[in-house]
Each structure stands twice: as structure tokens, then as C-alpha cells.
Ligand binder design. Sequence first.
Ligand code: SF4
Length: 439
Amino acid sequence: MGLDVVSDDSKTEVGSYFISNYPPYSVWSADQAAHVHETLDVPAERRVPLGLYLHIPFCRRRCSFCYFRVYTDKNARDVDRYMDALAAEVAHYADRRALADRTFEFVYFGGGTPSFLSSDQLSRLVDHIGRYWRWDDAREVTFECEPGTLKKSKLETIKKIGVTRLSLGVEHFDDDVLALNGRAHKSPEVFLAYDWARDVGFKQINIDLIAGMVGDTEKGWKDTVEKALALSPDCLTIYQMEVPHNSIVARDAKSSGGATPVAGWPTKRAWVDYAFNEFEQAGYVVSSAFTLVKPSEHSSFVYRDAIWHGADMVGTGVASFGHLQGVHYQNADRWDDYIETLESGKLPIARALPITDRQRLIRELILQMKMGRLDTGYFRDKFDVEITEEFGDAFASLVDDGFAKLHTNEIILTRTGLLRVDGLLPRFFEPQFRNIRYT
Ligand code: SF4
């Protein structure tokens, strides 16, 4: 799937826009998977923070824009079998030399829909993992929720297993828009879930929104922003709607031979800008191209910041991504391959890529650029590189286009640049990765 570099007046075509890693996933390969096993067998050289990602791949129904590896047809026995495999996978890692004596600084339950699990399934998973590894000292434990799957008692279980950051996939407050996009929940469930979550007392509650869903209008978006503001979440994440290959919207657009029914990029950027302005007026701070936080002692996002600064992360679950000591990897992305490999006593790593020091530098640079600000001293200290010289042409092009300003010790993206940051990043890629498939 190609990475679509978006121009000023572009329509939303089918394709990936969001950049989450470097080098592109398309150059990771099965024949490099052995590097992960070798890395696991030697003590860690880089003392970087360590995280755990647990992928829960179940959803009540498939959203029409979704391209993730998720299952909507699994019964309770399937779910139990998956959870056993997941716990076995964590156990596999626990005694490897690269992870010896290390504790998790952050944990992330992602999906899919982690809140699809029952309280019993969740407690069993955590008990099982707890025999090998604990996360009592983690700075942050995040748990993604679909509002319609929650009950107060389930939220109490989620809190009990140590979750500090609850992320609610709201996406929009108009029930017609939610239905048109195949979401399983309706807006009344959001308000119920949010109140329960506040009662239960999570340290940080995040709300996810998507600008430009099928059927959205300027009025509908403004109404959604107003309702999100009224809830007063600790942080807010706003994505610009994409139409990924393998999504239902992409399939429908291709079969009808027409354009996608999604607002164009300029409209989506204007809508995110509107939301940013409204939340800023209410005291929030823009903390990246797609996040805002209410300043407080609980406004950090450890998972994102750690990964964007080169942390290690054990990625577990079907199709999960991980990174250990300079090696990227991804698990088997088919149900049977993932589960059967674990049941046969092996780790289900399907493809990997050991990265060079220069690629580590580029990876951190492009990911941190999504925060809208680069600290040149950080790169000087960590990589011994003056990034304004090393990437002089790329930064000059950003400045010429009005997307960035260079200061003595930092590079700051303008709001215009920040709202299209993913489209600006390929100019920092090594030449061999600029015009290839991204995923
Ligand atoms: S809830 Fe999330 S993971 Fe599940 S189908 Fe919808 S977008 Fe995909």
C-alpha cells in the first residue's frame, strides 16, 4: 500500500497516510526474524525504557474504515484459547536475557477492543501474566475501550488490574454518522461509560475522535467538538479519517468506481484546526498533531513519548509490532499461525528488520516531529548529529513552504505544517525508501 503524500487540494483517496514507524513496514522480512531471537539471547546493551503491548483483536462489529487484524466472529472458547496463547507469549519473553531484571515502564492494551473481554477473562489474563511479570511500578497502563462494551463493574475490574489511562473510542457524537461508519456504539453509551469511568476514578481519561467520517458535516463536527469539550476529558485524540486499503469504505469505493465518500484533506485539516482552537480556548494544550491535553500532573502520554524516543517494547498478540534493542518485528498476522506457533512452544515472530544507527535517528526525528517541535540538543546528545545540517535541505523545504520555523535550539512546525505532518515526513527518509510501498 503506497504512502500518499497529500497535496493542498487533495481528495481523500484510498491509501495510507499515517506514519507510525521507520523504515517502512514493507521492507521488514521473514528472513530477518532470526535477529529477534538472537537479540533476546544476549543482555540488553541499551538501557532504554521497556513497555508491553497486548493486542486484543476482538470487536463487536467491523467499522467500515478499519483495516486492523480484528475478529467479529469468535466465540467464548476461541477467546479463551487466544488469551491462553497471549499469556504463553508473555511467559516466553519473561526469562530471556535481553529482558532479565527489567520492569515495564508502560503497558498498553490495544486492539481491536480490549474492553470486549469480560471481567473474568481480563482478570484471568492478568493473573496468568502476573506469574511471570508484573507491572505494579509501571508509570502508565493504558486500556482502549469501545463505550458500548462497558459496565461499571467491568470498569472497576479494569481499574483493579492497574489501568491508569482509559481511552474511549468515541469517534463522533452523531448517531447517524456512527451508524454510517459501522460503529457498534451509540452516543448515549458514551455518556454512561464516561460517567462510570469518572466514578471509578481513573487518573486519565482520553477520548478519541475522527474528523471527516462518512456523513460528517461542518455542523455535525462542531457539535461533536462541543460535546467532547463538555465532558472535559484529560486528553483528546483527533485522527483525520483515512480510507485504508482493506477497509469496507475502500472496497465500496473501488467497486463503484467512484471517489471515496470522505471529506477532502483541506476540510479535515480545517475541522481539526477548529477543534484545536476550541480546546485551546478552554485551557488545553496541543501536544502533537493529533492530541490535546488538559495541563495537570496526569497529562503525560508515556507510551507515545517512550516509543518516539526509542524505547523497547515487547509486542504481543496477533499481528502486533514490537521493537527490541534496535530490531523491529511483527508477529504472525493470521489467527491459526499465531496460536498454533505458540501452542507448539515457539514465539510467533513473522517478520523483522534490524535497523542502522542512521535509521534510528531518522525514526526518532520523524516521530518526534509529530509533536510539532524538535529539540536539536536532544539529537546532538543522543546521536552526535546537528540535525539542521544533516537534514538541511529537508528543513529548508519545510521553511520555504511555511510548514516550519527554525530557532536556535529547536525546530517548530507551524499549525499548517502540524496538521499535515505525516505528508511532510517522507522527505527525511533515506532515498531508497521514499517511493516504495509503506505497509
Ligand atoms: S473498534 Fe477499532 S479495531 Fe474494532 S473494528 Fe472499529 S476501528 Fe477496527
